[in-house]
Structure formats: C-alpha cells, structure tokens
Design a protein around this ligand. Structure first.
Ligand SMILES: Nc1ncnc2c1ncn2[C@@H]1O[C@H](COP(=O)(O)OP(=O)(O)OP(=O)(O)O)[C@@H](O)[C@H]1O
Length: 351
C-alpha cells in the first residue's frame, strides 16, 4: 500500500451524504445480561466511524447484531434505507462486509482462493454451470480472479497470491481478511480490531489502507482499542460503556470528555487533562491486544465451504464460541438454533 491519502481528503468532498447504516434502538440480551442496550448509530457515505469502549462494553455483540450473526432482541438495522434480514449471507449480499476480531481465514487455501471465497456473493453462476465448467462459468471465474488480484494489489499482497494463507505473517493475514471482505463489493465495511497484534509500523500502514478504502467510496465502521489510531482515523467516534452509548462526537470532543476517561480509568476524574494526555491515558488503560494467532480451525473441506452461502461465518473463532452464542438460525446447527431462540428471542426483521 503506497497511498498518501489522509483524513483531510474526506473533508474536501461534497457534503451530500447518504445514510449507509442506520441502527435504531438495538438491544441484545443474553438471558439476564443486557450486552447492548438501545444503541442508535448511523454511518454515512464517505465516513469512517469508530466504536470504542472498555472490555466487555458490547462492541463485538453490536457488530454481530449489525451483520446478522445475532438477531437483536429489540431494534432494527437498515442499510441504505432497507431493513436488513438477520441472516449473515443476506447482510453480505446487501452490501455490508466485515472482518473479525480473531482472524478467520481458510488456512489451507491460497491467498488468492481466500479472496475468491469472499467474491462468491457477487457471482451468479449456479451449481450446474460450475460442474460443467461451461463458457459462462469460465468467463465469470476469470472476472472473479481478475477482481481478486486487483484487491490483493490494493492491500499489497498480489505477490503472495499463490502462498497458503497460513504462511503469511500476522499483519498480512489481517490485510488478507480485509481484501476478502472487499471482494463482496461492500458499501460499508465493519472492521473488528484491525490492528490487534500489529506493530506500530503495521498499524500506520493499516491506517493508510483504511483511508484508501474510504476513498474508494466504502464507508467504514471500526472497533479498536488503540486510541491514537482511532482518534487520528475517525470522523466520528461513539463510545459504548456497559452496552450503552455514552457519547458520540468528533475525536476532540470524545477524547476530552470526562465520562469517557472515567470509563477507561474506572474512577472519577477531577481535572480534565489535555486531550493528548487523555488519549495516552486511555491507551495505557486499554486492554491488551488479542494474541496474534490465526484461526486454526478452518474447515477440512474448504472447497465445500466456499460453495456454502455462510462459509465465512461458519469458520469458527475463539471469541465467538458457538456453545455460548445465540446466533441467527442459519448460522448454527439445529440444536444451537433452538438454544438461540430460547436465550435470545430477538425479533425477526423483515427484508
Ligand atoms: N454469546 C454470549 N452469551 C452470553 N454473554 C455474551 C455472549 N457474547 C457476549 N457476551 C457478553 O456480553 C458482554 C459484551 O461482550 P462483547 O464481546 O460484545 O464486548 P466487547 O466490547 O466487544 O469486548 P472486547 O473489547 O473485550 O472485545 C460481555 O459481558 C460478554 O461476556
């Protein structure tokens, strides 16, 4: 990635902005625990919005509600005005892509194949066409491969296209996840801790990459514990504390808000420090990044998974252990779906 894009680039764009994401009154309960409570959040085209909060504040749960992994107990999520069905593959098809806190790559597939998996929501060729490998299929396959290579070029991994993804260094695996998410041609990308485990140099490169994604016309919603990264990157930042939105505003407003500092430090603040000191204090108190460990439980039959509409979401991840989750029904075996209904009787959104 050699872009020189900066935050200022966005502010010179025309003001006409479309509301891309509109989450209204989103609440998620797990039994007696309310992980997310009545959260409203919008993301507009051309924006990079940050979502921060202490450990356990409900950030990832909120992302899961936005992307159909969870059916919110209350509230609704709209993408470009349309209520989203709470099914992850439909959310992806509608135009929202995401990456995960714990990397979810198909370890035994090549870098290129991983991006092609992300492309499947945009290919129209059916099973028979694929089996017979007719001219339509071959044309679609060539187009997908071309697009996948463009995206690998964009994230700086084109020269590693034929390597197995498990052989990439950690920072590059994170980039590959982003390329795979971009392969579905999203209008909005949700990034869950994109710099976790990265060194400062990689973090700086990730920042440039996200600016470049924004400049491609894709709105960004990002969770991150690195406060310097968030406040430098985002046009707006929302703070979740104990499942509720505490404050939302520009970086300056948020980082100097006493309640935000108190939430991170866990104690009342008598004197408000200068904003820079705030950011450093918050960063010092922020939880450790996730251990840089790639997902190791990629499905044995990766090719079969690629055919599966839910392939991405079915790849297991440690932070979202299926045993305890209450995901949407299409992402789980029947018994887990039953458990989900009992534990999280969220309403079904209409398409
Ligand atoms: N499937 C689940 N079942 C029960 N409780 C859950 C489930 N998923 C999350 N929680 C709880 O919901 C709360 C919010 O968790 P969540 O992972 O969304 O927080 P977070 O802000 O993303 O935290 P972190 O910054 O550590 O990733 C926590 O108390 C967590 O234990």
């Amino acid at each position: 990635m050699t872009t020189t894009t900066t935050k200022a680039a966005a502010t010179t764009e025309p003001a006409a902005r479309e509301t891309v994401l509109d989450a209204r009154g989103v609440t998620m309960r797990f039994g007696g625990l309310t992980a997310v409570r009545d959260v409203n959040l919008t993301v507009n085209s051309g924006e990079i919005v940050g979502l921060i909060g202490p450990n356990g504040a409900g950030k990832t749960t909120f992302f899961n509600c936005l992307t159909g992994l969870y059916v919110p107990t209350e509230g609704e999520v709209r993408y470009k005005g349309q209520v989203l069905p709470p099914k992850s593959f439909k959310v992806t098809a509608a135009g929202i892509a995401r990456t995960f806190q714990n990397i979810r790559l198909f370890n035994n597939m090549t870098v290129l194949e991983n991006v092609l998996v992300g492309r499947h929501t945009r290919t129209k060729e059916g099973l028979w066409s694929a089996l017979l490998r007719g001219p339509g299929f071959k044309k679609a396959e060539a187009a997908s491969e071309k697009r996948a290579m463009e995206l690998l070029e964009f994230v700086g991994l084109a020269h590693k296209a034929q390597l197995l993804s498990k052989n990439l260094p950690y920072g590059e695996q994170r980039k590959l996840e982003i390329a795979r998410a971009l392969a579905s041609d999203p209008g909005l990308i949700l990034l869950d801790e994109p710099t976790a485990g990265m060194n400062p140099q990689e973090t700086r490169a990730a920042e440039e990459l996200i600016f470049a994604i924004r400049d491609m016309g894709i709105a960004v919603l990002v969770i991150e514990h690195d406060m310097r990264f968030i406040f430098n990157l985002c046009d707006r930042v929302a703070v979740l504390v104990q499942g509720q939105k505490l404050i939302e505003g520009d970086s300056q407003t948020v980082q100097s808000d006493e309640r935000v500092i108190a939430a991170y430090l866990g104690e009342p603040i008598e004197d408000t420090p200068a904003p820079k000191a705030d950011a450093e204090a918050a960063e010092a108190e922020a939880p450790e990044a996730e251990a840089p460990e790639a997902e190791t439980a990629a499905p044995a039959e990766a090719a079969e998974e690629a055919e599966d509409e839910d392939a991405e979401d079915d790849a297991p991840a440690d932070d979202e252990a299926p045993a305890e989750e209450t995901p949407a029904e299409d992402d789980t075996p029947a018994d887990a779906a039953d458990a989900a209904k009992d534990a999280a009787p969220g309403k079904e959104n209409d398409a």
